[in-house]
Design a protein around this ligand. Structure first.
Ligand code: FES
Length: 201
């Protein structure tokens, strides 16, 4: 899927603010991920062309940062913390339970497309709620098998998480999230943005 003209214009407008075009690589990857849900090799080549940079530079950045997706994934994504404080409170058991409950291994998506069980992760700074996992942009804390069942059941019924607020840089032709997505040909499929809101569930 080609990157929309609006997104390419946004990328170029953002790039014009920096003395080095390399500084615009991350905003450009975010812009494409907001539009398409993930960033394909073809989209990386379009970013490279828009910025006048080698495609290898875009690919290296996209593969370095875990927040950039390079293939379609489930409507929701899950990572579980296994760092020491969470481990001491049963994270390994919760990870095994999660895997059995989802029926897929880490890195895989459930057959219904609801959940991508990404991976274990080191401390997310929510040790007081150990053991914990992150679902989309939310923290789910004090995990037990029963809580995991409730969370998974909810995710299977829920559409994708809403997009995080988008804050275009001054100079961008896009004024805000609503306008940005009104102009794109395809709705965004995945959220993108800062992580770490705590769930009240
Ligand atoms: S060790 Fe798990 S959130 Fe800190």
């Amino acid at each position: 899927m080609a990157v929309s003209k609006q997104t390419l214009a946004e990328i170029q407008a953002v790039a014009a603010r920096y003395p080095s075009k390399q500084s615009a690589i991350i905003p450009a990857l975010w812009a494409v991920q907001h539009e398409q849900g993930y960033v394909t090799d073809a989209a990386m080549r379009e970013i490279a062309q828009a910025l006048g940079l080698p495609p290898s530079l875009i690919e290296a950045t996209a593969s370095f940062y875990s927040m950039f997706l390079t293939k379609p994934e489930g409507r929701h994504d899950v990572v579980i913390c296994v760092n020491a404080p969470c481990m001491l409170r049963g994270a390994d058991e919760m990870k095994d339970y999660l895997e059995r409950a989802l029926g897929v291994r880490d890195g895989q998506t459930t057959p219904d497309g609801a959940v991508t069980w990404h991976s274990t992760i080191e401390c997310l700074g929510a040790c007081g709620g150990a053991p914990m996992m992150q679902v989309d942009h939310r923290f789910e804390e004090n995990l037990t098998p029963e809580r995991i069942d409730v969370i998974i059941d909810r995710l299977r019924k829920q559409p994708a998480a809403p997009l995080a607020p988008r804050h275009p840089l001054p100079g961008s032709p896009l004024k805000g999230e609503g306008e940005a997505h009104a102009k794109t040909a395809e709705p965004a499929k995945k959220p993108a943005g800062p992580r770490g809101r705590r769930s009240q569930a």
